[in-house]
Design a binder for this molecule. Structure first.
Ligand SMILES: C[S@@+](CC[C@H](N)C(=O)[O-])C[C@H]1O[C@@H](n2cnc3c(N)ncnc32)[C@H](O)[C@@H]1O
Length: 201
């Protein structure tokens, strides 16, 4: 999520900046769900603005690293719950519990493993995950972000999923951009995937 955006987003709408700005402007308690949360950069961006964060990753090592990053940013006093779990199982449990979130962020890999070795395959599993997470959005959601690094998975496919499962229920729009790393001393950009977001109008 620290990549350069190319395409549709203006420079100021980097995902981490957007997460912070959205929370700041909400001027209310904001609950954030960070899935495939890795070393926690998006969680930290949200904590910095005082949001309550639930951080889920199947790798204990990654969750320990994220905890360390929270400490290094002096944010231990903020409210964050770390879960070592399979994202799909966690989301289904949250639906049963009736928990809701104002912001959902996910950074799914092409292939991965849940905490009990459940196989994650973005092409098979993303549709159901987006459908399920749409049920976790609060009545007044603020933002929903999916990043994809999967070559060959068109961002239009993910836009379509957000338009199918979010747009009919919540007033907002779906936009997307490609992600890339600018090369030094060059105007060339290394393509890295795409970022697709639903945001309020
Ligand atoms: C943030 S993504 C990494 C993105 C990276 N650029 C790539 O393409 O692989 C991967 C994270 O998702 C986690 N992960 C993979 N499968 C998972 C699953 N089924 N449930 C929860 N976390 C999972 C991994 O432990 C890892 O921290």
């Amino acid at each position: 999520m620290g990549f350069k955006h190319t395409g549709l987003f203006p420079e100021q709408s980097y995902n981490w900046d957007l997460i912070r700005q959205t929370i700041k402007e909400a001027k209310r308690e904001v609950k954030v769900l960070n899935l495939f949360a890795y070393t926690g950069a998006a969680s930290i961006a949200a904590l910095k603005e005082g949001a309550k964060v639930v951080h889920v990753d199947s790798s204990r090592g990654m969750v320990d690293w994220a905890k360390e990053n929270v400490k290094l940013n002096n944010l231990e006093k903020e409210e964050i719950h770390f879960l070592v779990d399979d994202v799909r199982k966690f989301v289904k449990r949250e639906i049963r519990r009736g928990n809701k979130y104002d912001i959902i962020i996910m950074d799914p890999p092409s292939f991965g493993r849940g905490s009990k070795n459940e196989i994650w395959n973005i092409e098979n599993d993303l549709d159901e995950l987006i459908q399920d997470t749409a049920l976790l959005l609060s009545d007044n959601p603020l933002l929903y972000i999916v990043n994809s690094y999967t070559t060959g998975l068109s961002k239009i496919v993910i836009e379509n999923l957000l338009n199918l499962y979010l747009t009919p229920k919540y007033q907002g729009k779906v936009i997307s951009a490609e992600l890339g790393i600018p090369m030094e001393n060059s105007n060339l950009i290394l393509p890295c995937g795409s970022t697709i977001r639903w945001e309020r109008n």
